[in-house]
Structures are given as structure tokens and as C-alpha cells.
Design a protein around this ligand. Structure first.
Ligand code: UDP
Length: 370
């Protein structure tokens, strides 16, 4: 009989879902006899829980408020209390999810889904529950619920963080952050890809990203880059799901050849076409850039959650952290002029780990004993 795998993710930001999709895709490339279902546990939850992506998107646009909530809840007891409270409130719904899918294994890409664990135990069932942590270094302790059967982390930094919050080492597996395989596969030249995207082929290209929800100090930064006389590049800005940002950026009279996009599905192409990436410190975007060998300038971060990603980028020789728009512009110029480079042994090791993570996680799940 086929083992039934229930894959859980949600659209709070873009990273959880992108990681889940990468592993789902990897199942297509390995031999298996599994029945796999992907389920957005927030989209399908009762009100007001199903509105969480909207609240998340609003609160993350107010970094100090987001940082305060993160810090206030950053503890083992607070995390268990939150998980158990959600489990109690939504018990009937969560039981119906388990009964509907009757999975042999649960593979979760979102800490919010941990509320299923006490519900499953309350139903007298034993279902292996595997968590894939999608934060590189300073993820919220809600990720590290020791009731999970296994916890897959993307880095040593995340391993240490998990141990800090009491996750047993025997349950931790450092595999990497799963990303779409296209990031590691590209064979075309930059000029070819630029042509296919409609970007100029005769000058370098700057890619500006803002996470799935279009966050970060993008307005001042993009103006600064546009006004820089020493940078001669085209610019592509991805506003993600932030329609207001997209509209406002599209109203500007840009001096440089600039294209503003909403949410796109061809980020891999854009990363391979670009010479430098300016981004907020989203883990998915950082790892995708590392695997694409694209130098990174971090210009913003979510307090708490993404703080550790600044050090991650710098210590892996993947790019720089610039705390102001002026510094980010200067760093961009340094990279374009070849005065700041990426790479080296640590970089290559990190790159390899993430490049193969999706397939390794698919194999891990396939071989997991039930
Ligand atoms: N992304 C995308 N299209 C867009 C903008 C973003 O596919 O237009 C993807 C991006 O490639 C990455 C994810 O959304 O995989 C963003 O994840 P990250 O962890 O960087 O930030 P989050 O949005 O979760 O804060």
C-alpha cells in the first residue's frame, strides 16, 4: 500500500510555500511509492485564522511592532503555550483535517502547523511529524517543538538555535533549505536570459527583491540607485504581492532602464540574468541567490526573525549587509566594479548543501519509518 504523505505549508510571506513546492517537485525526480497531498493549513482554516497571511503581511510592514511581538514570544514556554492554545481553539477543525487525509507521515514547512501535534496525540494516534525549518539562523522558537519526530534544519546556526530551545540533537538533521532546482541548473549565458526577459543585453543588471509580500525600505533605496551616476545598469524591481508598492514604483520617471514587476514565477531566470541582488534578508531569497552564484546586498531585515541572516550572508562570503540606502548603493557599485567578490570554500560548501536539499529531504521522507 502507498504511504500517504501530508505536506503542510502556508502563504505567510513566500518562503514556506516555496520550500514546500521545491520538495514536492523533488518527489518527481526520485523513485517512490508515495501518495502525496499538499495542503495550505491556513487558507483552509476557519475564520479568523484563515486571514493570518493578511495580518502577517500588515504587521511585517511595521518592523518595530513585528520585532516587539517576536521578542515577547521568543521563549520555549511561550511557544508551547501558543501552539497548545491554537490546538485547543481549533481542535474540532484540526481533527477533521487528520480524519480527512488520514496521513502516514506529516511533513510541515510552517511552525504554525505544530498545533496538529497535541491534537493527534489527543486522538490517540501516532503519526510521524517531520518539520522543515525555513529560517536560516534566528527562527522563532515555535519551530523547535520537541514533540516532532524529526526536525530538518538548513544550517549549523539553526541547529544551535534548535538546541538552545531544547530540541534533542537526535531529532535534528542538518540538510539545507530546499529551493526550486532551476536555481542550480541554468546553462544559458546572462545575455541570452536577459534577452528573453526583455532586459538590455549591453549593460549589467541589478535585481531588487522584497520577499513574497513586498517588504523593506525599497522606496528610498531604488531612488538612490536610480540617481547614482557611477552605476550604469538596468534595474528590475520585484514588488511581490504588494500591489500598492508596485503601483507607486510604476508611477516614477526612472532615469535608468527600470522594470517593475508584481509577483513572478521566474525568479530563477532573473537571478541568473542579474549581476547583483539587493534584498531584504529573507532566507529563501538568500539561498536562491547563493545557489545562483549571485552576489547579495542585504538592505533590510525583519527584526528578530531575520537578524541572524545578515551574519549568515557575510560569514558565508555571499555578499554584504548595508544598513543604509547610501551604503547599499555603494556596495552595489563595489560589486559591479569587481571590488567586492563572493565565493571560496565556505561558500561552495554552503551552496552545495542548499542545492541538493530538496531531493535529500524527499529521500528522507520516503525512507522515514512508519
Ligand atoms: N518569490 C517569488 N516571486 C516573487 C517574489 C518572491 O517566487 O515575485 C519567492 C522568492 O523567490 C522566495 C520567496 O518568494 O522563494 C520569498 O521567501 P523569503 O524567505 O526570501 O521571504 P518571505 O517572503 O518568506 O519573507
Amino acid at each position: 500500500m502507498k504511504k500517504k504523505i501530508l505536506v503542510l505549508s502556508a502563504k505567510t510571506g513566500g518562503g514556506h510555500r516555496a520550500a514546500a513546492l521545491a520538495v514536492l517537485e523533488a518527489f518527481d525526480y526520485i523513485e517512490h511509492n508515495l501518495e502525496i497531498t499538499h495542503y495550505d493549513f491556513i487558507e483552509n482554516a476557519p475564520r479568523p485564522f484563515d486571514d493570518l497571511p493578511k495580518y502577517y503581511s500588515t504587521i511585517t510592514k511595521l518592523p518595530p511592532a513585528y520585532g516587539s511581538i517576536f521578542k515577547a514570544t521568543e521563549g520555549k514556554r511561550q511557544s508551547k503555550f501558543s501552539t497548545d492554545t491554537i490546538a485547543r481553539i481549533y481542535k474540532t477543525h484540526l481533527e477533521s483535517v487528520i480524519n480527512q487525509f488520514n496521513p502516514d507521515i506529516i511533513l510541515s514547512f510552517h511552525f504554525g502547523a505544530n498545533c496538529l501535534m497535541p491534537v493527534i496525540a489527543g486522538m490517540g494516534k501516532k503519526i510521524p511529524y517531520i518539520t522543515v525549518v525555513t529560517d536560516l539562523a534566528t527562527g522563532h522558537p515555535m519551530w523547535f517543538d520537541e514533540r516532532a519526530s524529526a526536525c530538518i534544519v538548513p544550517s549549523h546556526e539553526a541547529f544551535v538555535r534548535a538546541r538552545t530551545y531544547g530540541m534533542p540533537a537526535s531529532k535534528l538533521h542538518i540538510i539545507g533549505l530546499p529551493i526550486n532546482r532551476q536555481f542550480g541548473l541554468e546553462k544559458r549565458s546572462k545575455a541570452e536570459i536577459r534577452k528573453s526577459l526583455g532586459w538590455p543585453t549591453d549593460e549589467p543588471a541589478i535585481l531588487v527583491m522584497t520577499g513574497g509580500d513586498g517588504l523593506g525600505k525599497i522606496s528610498v533605496l531604488s531612488r538612490r540607485i536610480d540617481n547614482s551616476k557611477s552605476i550604469t545598469s538596468s534595474v528590475a524591481i520585484i514588488a511581490g504581492r504588494n500591489a500598492t508598492l508596485e503601483k507607486n514604483l510604476n508611477k516614477r520617471n526612472w532615469k535608468k532602464q527600470t522594470t517593475v514587476y508584481g509577483f513572478r514565477d521566474d525568479i530563477a531566470d532573473m537571478m541568473h540574468a542579474a549581476d547583483v541582488l539587493l534584498t531584504k534578508a529573507g532566507p529563501g531569497t538568500i539561498v536562491e541567490a547563493i545557489v545562483s552564484r549571485l552576489p547579495i546586498v542585504i538592505y533590510d531585515f525583519l527584526p528578530g526573525q531575520e537578524e541572524g541572516n545578515l551574519e549568515y550572508v557575510v560569514s558565508n562570503h555571499a555578499g554584504v549587509w548595508a544598513s543604509t540606502a547610501a551604503l547599499a548603493t555603494r556596495a552595489t557599485q563595489d560589486i559591479l566594479d569587481g571590488n567586492v567578490t563572493i565565493g571560496g570554500a565556505t561558500y561552495e560548501k554552503t551552496r552545495l548543501r542548499h542545492d541538493h536539499a530538496a531531493e535529500k529531504i524527499a529521500e528522507f521522507v520516503k525512507n522515514y519509518p512508519v
